[in-house]
Write a protein that binds this ligand. Structure first.
Ligand SMILES: [Zn+2]
Length: 169
């Protein structure tokens, strides 16, 4: 497994709509393993393939929040789609590994329904809420060339030390 370089704005790959995955062979398996390593090294809690320069519909998410009763979870989702958004929304402060040095307040659905397939092509579905739902929305936006700054109100600069305190995606 390999830690790949995280691409940052204004790399055009971050603005492209990523292609659906149809081949679940060794290249995809290596991409997913490398994305997990890259996310952990950053460190981050989510990463989309365009962030390592690969315009394919793949995301990885790793998250835990013991205080909220959410155990450690690692997801690799291929061709993910959000098929339902709750009407209820929440404003939270987001940063992005591909946009160093800034954060912004983004309004997101509180709960979403995500469908896709896992790394072997088996159907996957999940109904995350709260921060986990925010991570999935942020990563799936990346697959459509959308960055959090497109949705954010009140963008602010942060120092590297402040950025390191955040869950980055
Ligand atoms: Zn991001």
């Amino acid at each position: 497994m390999t830690v790949r370089t995280i691409v940052t704005i204004p790399q055009p790959v971050l603005r492209r709509k990523a292609a659906r995955v149809t081949d679940f062979g060794p290249d995809l398996q290596k991409l997913i393993d490398d994305m997990i390593d890259t996310m952990r090294a950053a460190p981050g809690v989510g990463l989309a393939a365009p962030q390592v320069g690969v315009s394919r519909r793949v995301i990885v998410v790793e998250y835990e929040d013991p205080e909220a009763g959410i155990p450690h979870q690692l997801y690799a989702v291929v061709n993910p789609e959000i098929v339902a958004f709750s009407k209820a929304t929440e404003v939270g402060v987001e940063g992005c590994l591909s946009i160093p040095g800034i954060v912004g307040e983004v309004e997101r659905a509180l709960t979403v329904e995500v469908r896709g397939v896992d790394r072997r092509g088996r159907p996957f579905s999940l109904r995350p809420s709260g921060w986990l739902a925010r991570i999935f929305q942020h990563e799936i936006d990346h697959l459509n060339g959308v960055l959090f700054t497109d949705r954010a109100a009140r963008i602010e600069r942060v120092s590297p030390a402040e950025a390191a305190e955040m869950d980055r995606v």
